[in-house]
Design a protein around this ligand. Structure first.
Ligand SMILES: [Zn+2]
Length: 565
């Protein structure tokens, strides 16, 4: 016999078979028994909690020829046709695909005609929050003057997206997540009925993974059974629930290990599209970090995900403990933000960017696991040394002269373009900086969301009439932005729109910025000391305060940390 999906075989056909929604099913049953049903219902709640099942049972019960205490008989002609989806008077509409005004107008026109076969015509509109504004208006008109013998059942996972005018014209029922123990006992019933042998730990694993949805629980059980030759084992249950979550999580985490921000952001997007909750994702990342820390410290037997031990072993060397702790901090902060925010995607993207860019302090001072990263850092250090040598031996006049703009610089894009920075510093004022800082949040708003997340780790640190210096929290992130000409062009365009000036944007890494700034101040202090008589100095103060005033003029007094060597 061909195998049929469990959730189809066990879709409840009467109210008493619905799991975990006793108050709702009892109320509906009484309404049917006493012939006091409403003309419009709203069923709200998470997916897989029985909204559509209850809507179908209700539609059948109010039309059943021999109802028993409000339950459909499932034997009369009407019940049988309804169970086989052949009853023309029960009309199911998926608003996710039929969200046009026309469809709802169509309902208004057709609803005027009497039911053909049953006593009531019942419209079940699934995912009703997806209707367009125009369709809502049309629906509202129908609900305001409901045709006789027509019942509307609206179902949604997101009632907060419905207009209050619609909600107030319906009788609302809130479906709750089904408890773990209720899911377990239903699974036991189903498996016994199907003569499937099962391990009770397997059922528990499935009940946890289903996150309160009965339909998900049955689907997962189905998959696990198909793995195990009509037997539900713990290993298979772990494997199946793992394939739902662990594979995606591990792929995502490998990108974090490799500092591959772009790929990690794409995987994050896939995870969110597949319907995983943000809370669940952040919990899983923290558990994974914890397990990696345990493996690294030689306590593999204590990991919470024993089935992932091979993957954990493979991955442990990609991280230092220090970096794992930092990632846990970042993810915990994100969890706090998620609780009070609608901007869930942005917070998760920022979390991803930060986790990718997070480098432990040990990485920069000791030989590390990733040879690629190590060689990047060494070459960067070498380039900086060379540049510093060049700057030291170059005549002062050459440095102060206008120089090549950053966009013409391609070969050594990873190095801070110090000449460009100095050019800006030559004309920098704190007023210019304050102006740029004021418009910075607006600049961020003008970017696409992914770029916003990337730029979240940036801040302007110096500004003049010809350009701004932007610092980035993480060195690798600075590198990425420096190489992203498209992003730099977009930023430059937006900056131009907001300031009406043609400003260059020069990125620096936050870790390098204090040294660059100090170097500039020292050089210009020397310059001032030697050429004081002949040059018209912007800051003509007493010698000992010269550097401080210069710095104040450039960056504002709150940013000064000058140490005399
Ligand atoms: Zn019946």
């Amino acid at each position: 016999m061909a195998y049929q999906a469990l959730y189809r075989v066990f879709r409840p056909q009467d109210f008493s078979s619905v799991v975990g929604q006793d108050v709702i099913t009892k109320t509906l049953k009484n309404a049917v028994a006493n012939k006091r049903t409403s003309h419009a219902y709203l069923f709200c709640g998470p997916r897989g909690t029985g909204k559509t099942s209850c809507a179908k049972i209700l539609a059948k019960a109010i039309n059943c020829l021999n109802p028993k205490d409000g339950e459909p008989c499932n034997e009369c002609e009407i019940c049988r046709d309804a169970n086989e989806n052949r009853l023309n008077d029960i009309i199911e509409i998926d608003a996710a695909s039929n969200n046009g005004v026309e469809e709802i107008r169509d309902i208004r026109d057709k609803a005027k005609y009497a039911p053909t076969q049953a006593e009531y015509k019942v419209y079940i509109i699934d995912e009703v929050h997806m209707l367009s504004q125009g369709a809502f208006n049309a629906l509202l008109k129908t609900l305001e003057e409901p045709p006789a013998k027509v019942v509307f059942i609206l179902a949604t996972t997101e009632p907060q997206k419905l207009p209050a005018t619609i909600i107030s014209r319906t009788q609302r029922f809130d479906f709750r997540r089904i408890s773990k123990s209720e899911i377990i006992s239903r699974l036991e019933f189903v498996l016994q009925d199907q003569d499937v042998k099962y391990d009770s730990q397997a059922i528990e694993t499935i009940a946890v993974a289903a996150e309160g949805g009965m339909r998900d629980a049955l689907s997962i059980a189905d998959q696990a059974i198909s793995f195990g030759d009509n037997e539900l084992t713990l290993v298979n249950a772990l494997q199946v629930t793992g394939s739902l979550r662990n594979d995606q999580l591990l792929d995502y985490f490998k990108d974090i290990a490799n500092h591959d921000t772009a790929s990690a952001l794409k995987k994050l997007n896939d995870i969110l599209i597949s319907g995983r909750s943000a809370q669940r994702l952040t919990e899983s990342i923290i558990t994974l970090c914890r397990d990696l820390i345990l493996v690294k410290s030689g306590n593999s037997d204590e990991v919470s995900q024993a089935t992932m031990l091979n993957e954990l072993n493979d991955m442990q060397n990609a991280f230092t403990q220090d970096r794992l702790f930092k990632i846990v901090d970042t993810v915990s902060d994100t969890q706090k933000n998620l609780k009070n925010s609608n901007q869930i995607d942005i917070y998760l993207e920022i979390m991803t960017v930060k986790s990718c860019e997070e480098i432990s302090e040990q990485v920069e001072t000791t030989p590390v696991e990733s040879p690629q990263l190590q060689s990047q850092i060494s070459s960067l250090e070498k380039q900086i040394e060379q540049l510093q040598e060049q700057v030291k031996h170059a005549p002062v006049a050459t440095q102060a002269a206008p120089v090549a703009k950053p966009k013409t610089k391609t070969k050594k894009a990873k190095v801070v373009n110090k000449t460009a920075v100095f050019t800006i510093l030559n004309g920098a004022t704190k007023d210019d900086l304050n102006e740029v800082r004021d418009i910075w949040p607006d600049m961020m708003q003008m970017l696409p969301i992914t770029q916003q997340a990337m730029m979240n780790v940036s801040k302007p640190v110096a500004a003049s009439d010809n350009g701004i210096v932007v610092s980035f929290d993480y060195a690798l992130w600075f590198e990425k932005v420096t190489q992203d000409q498209e992003l730099l062009d977009t930023l430059k365009d937006n900056l131009g729109k907001l300031t009406k000036k043609n400003l260059d944007i020069v990125p620096v890494a936050e870790s390098q910025w204090p040294d660059i700034r100090k170097e500039y101040l020292q050089e210009h202090q020397d310059e001032m000391t030697s050429d004081e008589e002949t040059q018209d100095q912007p800051v003509a103060e007493k010698e000992e305060t010269k550097a401080v005033s210069l710095a104040e003029n450039l960056f504002g007094s709150d940013n000064i940390t000058i140490k005399e060597d």
